[in-house]
Write a protein that binds this ligand. Structure first.
Ligand code: RM4
Ligand code: MN
Ligand code: MN
Length: 433
């Protein structure tokens, strides 16, 4: 009988925290006094940060790749149960990620009740299920080479519809309440596809998926400007996504993947628009510098991330109708340990959230009303430049996590243990290939 898989113990985390706690409490007290002078109560902020959560993508715990290569890391998860084990460590140490967003068929298994149970034991639930009609699977009857839900051939569309309906069924077994649909459909040559007919076919196909949604489910439409198609993409932008969601009905909402826009597009304004029209589904968080959509959250454009959260906190504060966004991470970790990247990303998202919480909204509104452009801007900058790290650390500590999650993770040697326990299996492709 093989030994039980290595797990980071509670005692290990407690010993880690014991070493760092005194310093962090000192920093927290100093920050509390500074915040109090501006009318913010640190304790209340910590409570809000503790309630913040973002789902981990199961595909994110494997090493990703580009279309040129994938360089697998040691001890990568080889199946969905091992992916969940890694997601459990991220939640154990960073305490911001109590849900997983699965990808089908990558996470297909024969026993979903067992999967749900395994996740629950690690304190994890299931968020939106992602369908996949951008690849062909072994043994698949018809190819998605020229599209899926918008394909010219009705038989291919039917296969893609059936796949999405199967994802809903799997999601029900897992306790999920939403389906995210991103299609890779598009064209590489002007004239290759009829731009109008392709969208018509997508809408007709999606209305069948929509009809299969249980009463308490929602479907998230994810747009993407380009890639893998490089001339046109069927659901290319938030305008198309919005029009499609509008036509499909109230259960259809628009998902914003931060990396799926043209460079320099004002994403926070898109977010504000979608909130205004009650169509914001939620996010796939990541960062991007050029046309990429897979860098770690907050690693390149933290101010933009803060501005997105500024809109979200603004909507929450004024209790915007229909505002209940789902937060998920969607990244590809090609050169880092995915567990480290995902913990750091969750922390960066919490940071942006915490900074948005300390925007003085009354002063901001007053400056806006008075056309005081710089004054208004400085209200945002004051919040953005504040170091809220002690609030985040205290929130983690109170939720039972590690004060310094990456430091604790490295010291635990989790990855080295997994490298021994999980010898690579030929042909596995753990992350996004
Ligand atoms: C796409 C899109 C989808 C994700 C795939 C792996 O660019 O972001 O959400 O499921 O990548
Ligand atoms: Mn995405
Ligand atoms: Mn993407």
């Amino acid at each position: 009988m093989s030994a039980a898989p290595f797990a980071i113990s509670r005692d290990f985390v407690a010993a880690h925290n014991a070493r760092l706690e005194a310093a962090i409490v000192e920093d927290y007290q100093a920050l509390s006094r500074a915040l109090a002078r501006r009318g913010f109560e640190a304790e209340a902020l910590v409570g809000e940060i503790m309630r913040f959560s973002v789902a981990i993508p199961t595909w994110g715990v494997g090493t990703g790749g580009t279309r040129f290569a994938r360089f697998p890391g040691p001890g990568e998860p080889r199946n969905v149960f091992e992916k969940i084990e890694d997601c459990g460590v991220i939640q154990q140490l960073a305490r911001a990620t109590p849900a997983i967003s699965p990808h089908i068929p990558w996470d297909k298994t024969s026993d979903y009740a067992a999967l749900r149970e395994t996740a629950a034991q690690l304190g994890l639930g299931f968020d939106a299920v992602n369908s996949n009609t951008f690849q062909d699977q072994p043994g698949q009857a018809l190819s998605y080479k020229f599209g899926s839900l918008s394909h010219a051939d009705a038989a291919v569309r039917a296969q893609a519809i059936a796949h999405n309906i199967e994802c809903i069924e799997i999601g029900r077994a897992l306790g999920s309440k939403a389906l995210t649909v991103w299609i890779a459909d598009g064209s590489n040559f002007a004239g290759q596809s009829n731009l109008t007919k392709a969208l018509d076919r997508y809408l007709a196909a999606m209305s069948e998926v929509y009809r299969a949604l249980p009463a308490d489910w929602r479907v998230f439409i994810e747009h993407k400007l380009y890639e893998p198609a490089f001339y046109s993409t069927v659901i290319s932008d938030w305008g198309t996504s919005f029009a499609a969601a509008q036509e499909l009905g109230p259960k259809a909402l628009c998902l914003v993947d931060l990396g799926h826009h043209a460079p320099s597009v004002n994403i926070e304004q898109i977010v504000a628009r979608l909130i205004r029209f009650k169509k914001l589904a939620g996010f796939h968080f990541n960062d991007s510098k050029y046309g990429d959509d897979d860098l770690d959250s907050g690693s390149t454009a933290p101010f933009r991330l803060f501005l997105v959260f500024n809109e979200l906190v603004d909507a929450a504060r004024r209790r915007a109708k229909g505002f209940a966004p789902a937060y998920m991470i969607d990244q590809s970790h090609n050169v880092t340990d995915p567990i480290e990247s995902l913990m750091q990303s969750a922390i960066e998202l919490q940071r942006a959230y915490a900074q948005a919480l300390i925007v003085d909204r009354a002063r901001l509104a007053a400056a806006q009303e008075a056309n005081d452009a710089l004054g208004a801007h400085l209200e945002l900058k004051r919040a953005f430049t504040a170091d809220v790290s002690p609030l985040l650390a205290v929130a983690r500590l109170r939720s039972g996590g590690a004060i310094a999650p990456i430091e604790a993770y490295r010291a635990s040697k989790y990855r080295a243990h997994k490298a021994k326990e999980r010898p690579p299996v030929a042909g596995t492709s753990a992350g996004i290939v």
